[in-house]
Design a protein around this ligand. Structure first.
Ligand code: SAH
Ligand code: SF4
Length: 393
C-alpha cells in the first residue's frame, strides 16, 4: 500500500507513564494485565486469578484505589500500589447543553485535549468517544479535520473516556447491586468523536474489547458503533477482530463529489468501499450498516443523489442516517433546507430503507457531529486552506 498523499504523520508518543514511573493498568488487555502482574512478582500460578480480581475492581466496580480491593491481601495491595496506578484522563471542563447533552473536554498525556459527548435519549444514553487528537483526514465539512495536530489515543485513553463518563453519571454499581442492570445511563458507545478510528485500529480494538468484556463494563457489541470515513483495508478486520456495528461516512453518490467531501475516496473509491461493506454484515454477524449522509445545500442533496444512493447500496442491509450539516466558524458549506432533507429522506424511505434524520444535539455547546475540536488547539487551518482542499478555492 503506497503512502497516501492525503494523510499526515501521526505523532506517536510512548504509553503514558506517571511521573513516579508507575504503570497505568487502564487499557491493558487481559493478557497484558497478566504479564504486568507477573513482571512485578505475582506467581504465575496465581496470575490468572489476580487478573480477574483486578479486572473486576477496575471495570465492574470502578475502583481506582488498590487499598479498597478488599479481596486482595494487604501486602499484595501494597505491591500493586508500588508499581501501578489506575488512572483515567482528566476532565478539564464539562458543559451541559439545554437538551441535556454533556460535553467533556478531556486532557490526555502530553497536554493534548479531546472531546467526549454524552447524549441522553429516551430509554438509552449514548457516549460519543474520540479515537485521535484531531484527524489526519481532511473532510472538507468537518471541523475536526481542520485541526492540524494529531496523535493516536492509547487504549487506556479510549476506554478511559467511558470510565470518566460513568464517574460523572454516577453509574458504577453500588456494592451488592448487579452491574448488569439494563436501565443504564450509558448504554451505547459510538466511535464518532474526533479522529478516524480505523487509523488507530489496535488501540480502538483493545478498548472496545474491554468495553464488551462480560466481567466489566459489559456492553453488547451491538451497542457499539464504529464510524469510518472508509479505510477499506481495515473494514474486514473490524468485522473479525471487533465485531461491532459499522457506520460509514458515505456523504456522496459520485466519486467526483466524494473526492471533495471525503478525500480518502481518492485512495479507496466508492466501488471499492461498497465491496468491503457488502461483506461486513455477514462477517461480523451484525444486522445492518449505517450509511451516514451529511446534507449539504446544493452539493449532495438532490433527488438524483437520493436515487443514485439507493442504486449504489442495493443488496446491502442498511439504514441511512441523514445528518443536517452542523455549521462551524469558517465552514465552506450550508445546511440543506428542512424541505429538501425531508424530500431526500422520503425517496430513500419509499425504496424500503429506514432514513432517520438525525436531530442535532448539543449544538449550543458545539457538541454536535463534526463540531468537535479542542478549544485550545491553535494550529488551525485558514478558511482558504479549507476551501482549497475542498476544491472550492
Ligand atoms: N472519522 C470518522 C468518525 C468521526 S465523524 C468518520 O468520519 O466516520 C462522525 C460523523 O460526523 C461522520 O459521519 C462525519 O462525516 C460527520 N460529520 C463531520 N462533520 C460534520 C458536520 N459539520 N455536520 C454534520 N456531520 C458531520
Ligand atoms: Fe476525520 Fe471523520 Fe472528520 Fe473526516 S469526518 S475529518 S475522517 S473526523
Amino acid at each position: 500500500m503506497a503512502d497516501a498523499p492525503i494523510t499526515q504523520d501521526v505523532l506517536t508518543i510512548p504509553r503514558k507513564l506517571p511521573a513516579d514511573g508507575a504503570r497505568n493498568l487502564v487499557g491493558l488487555t487481559r493478557d497484558q494485565l497478566r504479564e504486568a502482574l507477573i513482571s512485578v512478582g505475582t506467581p504465575e500460578k496465581q496470575a490468572k486469578m489476580r487478573t480477574g480480581q483486578l479486572w473486576q475492581w477496575i471495570y465492574e466496580k470502578g475502583v481506582r484505589d488498590f487499598a479498597q480491593m478488599t479481596n486482595l491481601a494487604k501486602d499484595y495491595r501494597a505491591l500493586m500500589a508500588e508499581h501501578f496506578v489506575i488512572e483515567v484522563p482528566q476532565v478539564v471542563t464539562r458543559e451541559v447543553s439545554a437538551d441535556g447533552t454533556r460535553k467533556y473536554l478531556v486532557r490526555i498525556a502530553g497536554g493534548h485535549e479531546v472531546e467526549t459527548v454524552y447524549i441522553p435519549e429516551e430509554g438509552r444514553g449514548t457516549l460519543c468517544i474520540s479515537s485521535q487528537v484531531g484527524c489526519t483526514l481532511t473532510c472538507s465539512f468537518c471541523h475536526t479535520g481542520t485541526q492540524k495536530l494529531v496523535r493516536n489515543l492509547t487504549a487506556g485513553e479510549i476506554i478511559g473516556q467511558v470510565m470518566l463518563a460513568r464517574d460523572d453519571l454516577g453509574e458504577w454499581p453500588e456494592p451488592g447491586k448487579s452491574p448488569h442492570d439494563e436501565t443504564r445511563l450509558l448504554s451505547n458507545i459510538v466511535l464518532m468523536g474526533m479522529g478516524e478510528p480505523l487509523y488507530n485500529f489496535e488501540a480502538v480494538r483493545d478498548a472496545m474489547k474491554i468495553a464488551m468484556d462480560p466481567e466489566g463494563i459489559s456492553l453488547s457489541r451491538r451497542r457499539i458503533t464504529l464510524s469510518t470515513s472508509g479505510v477499506v483495508p481495515e473494514i474486514a478486520r473490524t468485522a473479525e477482530e471487533i465485531g461491532c456495528m459499522l457506520a460509514v461516512s458515505f456523504h456522496a453518490t459520485t466519486d467526483e463529489v466524494r473526492n471533495k467531501l471525503v478525500p480518502i475516496n481518492r485512495r479507496w473509491n466508492i466501488t471499492e468501499l461498497l465491496e468491503a461493506l457488502r461483506a461486513y454484515p455477514k462477517a461480523s454477524n451484525s444486522e445492518r450498516i449505517t450509511f451516514e449522509y451529511v446534507m449539504l445545500k446544493g452539493v449532495n442533496d438532490s433527488d438524483e443523489d437520493a436515487h443514485r444512493l439507493i442504486e449504489l447500496i442495493r443488496g446491502i442491509p442498511a439504514k441511512i442516517n441523514l445528518i443536517p450539516f452542523n455549521e462551524w466558524p469558517g465552514a465552506p458549506y450550508e445546511r440543506s433546507s428542512n424541505n429538501r432533507i425531508r424530500a431526500f429522506a422520503d425517496i430513500i424511505y419509499k425504496a424500503g430503507y429506514a432514513s432517520p434524520i438525525r436531530t442535532p444535539r448539543g449544538e449550543d455547546i458545539m457538541a454536535a457531529c463534526g463540531q468537535l475540536k479542542s478549544a485550545t488547539e491553535r494550529a488551525r487551518k485558514s478558511r482558504r486552506d479549507i476551501e482549497k482542499e475542498a476544491g472550492l478555492g
